[in-house]
Design a protein around this ligand. Structure first.
Ligand code: GTP
Ligand code: MG
Length: 551
């Protein structure tokens, strides 16, 4: 186990950035889940899992897999490289059903072979053999795999091939003169692995069956086909496994690649590049945008209108005007106007402090949003989602749009609840209004007193009863002063107060508007902004992760 850890450490220290790349892709996968196509995300997740597992395993070993069509001579090539007839070869097709392995150098290889799923009975250790030649030193650290064919009718064979082609560090594709141009291998394996050219070698086996003067031409044809697959960097070796032609060259090529100890990393990096590349394409390369404040403001406006904020604010102004007006107006006209309906009562928003406790259950009677208001909300939400998702890949734009409308069904309920819950600040009469009210009644009393006094004087005059002296102030008799002054001052006071009431009503309306909009802001955040921000954060994470993976 210690050697395992050391191996991983060595591998990572050779390529300090590869761990960061894997982590980057892993972070991108986590944040992309549910947003990008599941198959794509699963594929990338499998790559991170594989990469993590491989990087933890022996860095001193390189897994070299020999793959190809049935009868192309994979097992023969394997045997030729091993120098022993380990793998069964034959004319019966297919011959190899299970992968077998030959390992040069055992330390740390156990776990690797476990991970590769090669059962004990299919493993051979080369250096434990007495006849291990010195020339094999170059293959130290190689785990050579003989794979089943990819093209027989045995489904289990392709599954095994596909599985091990994904896990191997270096791939040796064996072609033969009959089938080297078969679409099966080019379309299914070679062309899709154009991203992995650094970790591939192609062998044209059975070269002994090709007349010597035609070998060059055939190899050139193989080259041409590989170029067409996009595998311009992949070397081609003409070999005969049976006659041992070109085997030394192939062995040297493998030994060369393995001794550089770059193959494992190159394979992992190629996998990461492909997986990150496909997530990158789906995500779009544009940086994540921020929510434009003016769009958010426009949306809050639309919410406020749909929630009836202007109606409530008008009602607050009107209601304050009526209530304070009634309190501070001339009592006679106020009394007459008491039947005028209070607009806040009509909206069921006249709740005082106690009433607020009921607000959770009670509904207001603020009208539901009209079609036009609802359409405006929808338009603003769409505009916000569109603007913020500009430059994003299609699945992301769709995710943002989905998130932006995901909670809009609650709109009316939430707006109504907010309206009902907001303290509109209209329950209490202003202090000055209370004082004015007392004053108004004192003036009415004074006027009444004056009136009664004058009436009694008139009655006494009519009955010729000598009346007592009537006091006067500035030459005006006090009862007259009381009557006229009481009425006059009351009306004057009412007129002055009307101005004050107007100002109070406007300021209360402003305050109510402010408080309601604070509530609307919360609703807007909860229903649209937070869901959209969540998608933007996920996009940002995916972008950052992919940037690290592709750095
Ligand atoms: N002439 C000639 N025959 C070869 C060569 N390599 C392999 N053969 C023969 O081709 C036949 C198939 O070889 P195998 O090595 O079993 O082929 P394979 O690719 O492992 O086949 P499967 O395990 O069935 O997928 C055998 O009879 C080999 O002896 C070669 O270079 N030249
Ligand atoms: Mg075989």
């Amino acid at each position: 186990m210690t050697s395992l850890l050391e191996g991983a450490k060595r591998l990572v220290s050779r390529s300090p950035d590869i761990g960061a790349r894997v982590q980057g892709l892993d972070a991108a996968v986590t944040a992309a889940r549910g947003r990008l196509d599941d198959a794509l995300v699963d594929q990338a997740a499998a790559v991170t899992e594989r990469a993590t597992a491989r990087l933890k395993l022996s860095a001193d070993h390189t897994v070299v897999a020999i793959a190809g069509a049935t009868g192309s001579g994979k097992s023969s090539t394997f045997n030729a490289l091993v120098g022993l007839d380990l793998a069964a070869t034959g004319v019966r097709r297919p011959t190899t059903s299970w992968a077998s392995a030959c390992v040069w150098g055992t330390e740390g290889a156990e776990e690797l072979l476990e991970w590769l799923g090669i059962p004990q009975r299919h493993r051979t250790v080369r250096d434990s053999m007495l006849d291990a030649g010195r020339e094999d030193k170059g293959l130290d650290g190689v785990v050579l795999l003989d794979l089943p064919d990819h093209d027989s009718t045995e489904v289990s064979h392709h599954l095994e091939v596909d599985r091990l082609v994904r896990l191997a560090d270096l791939l040796v594709w064996v072609l033969d003169p009959q089938k080297y141009a078969d679409a099966a291998i080019h379309d299914r394996y070679l062309a899709p692995l154009a991203t992995h050219q650094d970790v591939m070698v192609v062998v044209l086996n059975h070269i002994d069956t090709v007349p010597e003067d035609r070998r060059e031409a055939m190899l050139a044809d193989v080259r041409r086909l590989l170029d067409a697959d996009g595998l311009t960097e992949v070397p081609v070796h003409g070999v005969s496994a049976r006659e041992h032609i070109g085997i030394a060259g192939l062995k040297a090529e493998i030994a060369d690649r393995v001794s550089a100890k770059k193959v494992t990393r190159a394979r992992v990096e190629a996998d990461l590049r492909v997986a990150a590349g496909s997530l990158d394409e789906a995500t779009g390369r544009a940086a994540t945008r921020k929510l434009p404040p003016e769009r958010v403001a426009a949306l809050e406006d639309a919410f406020a209108e749909a929630g009836g904020v202007p109606t409530v604010v008008r009602a607050v102004e009107e209601s304050t005007r009526i209530r304070a007006g009634r309190a501070t107006g001339w009592p006679v006209t106020s009394w007459l106007s008491r039947f005028k309906p209070d607009p806040l009562k009509r909206l069921h928003l006249d709740l005082g402090a106690a009433g607020k406790q009921l607000a959770g259950t009670a509904r207001t009677s603020v009208p539901e949003p009209t079609q036009v208001q609802r359409a405006r909300v929808d338009t603003e939400v769409r505009a916000l989602a569109d603007e913020v998702s500009e430059g994003m890949g299609r699945p992301w734009a769709a995710a943002v749009r989905r998130a932006s409308t995901s909670r809009l069904d609650d709109l009316h309920d939430r707006l109504d609840h907010t309206l009902g819950r907001t303290d509109l600040g209209v329950a209490r009469m202003p202090v000055w209004a209370g004082l004015v009210r007392v004053l108004q009644w004192l003036l009415i009393l004074a006027a009444l007193a004056g009136g009664v006094w004058l009436t009694s004087l008139a009655v006494m005059g009519y009955l010729r009863v000598p009346a007592p002296d009537v006091p006067a102030v500035w030459g005006v008799p006090v009862p007259t002063l009381l009557l006229l002054g009481g009425i006059g001052l009351g009306i004057l006071l009412a007129l002055v107060c009307r101005l004050l009431v107007g100002m109070t009503a406007r300021s209360r309306a402003r305050r109510a508007d402010h408080r309601l909009r604070a509530g609307i802001h919360e609703v807007c955040q909860e229903l649209v902004i937070v869901p959209v921000e969540t998608e933007l954060a996920a996009h940002r994470e995916v972008r950052a992760g992919l940037d690290r993976a592709l750095a």
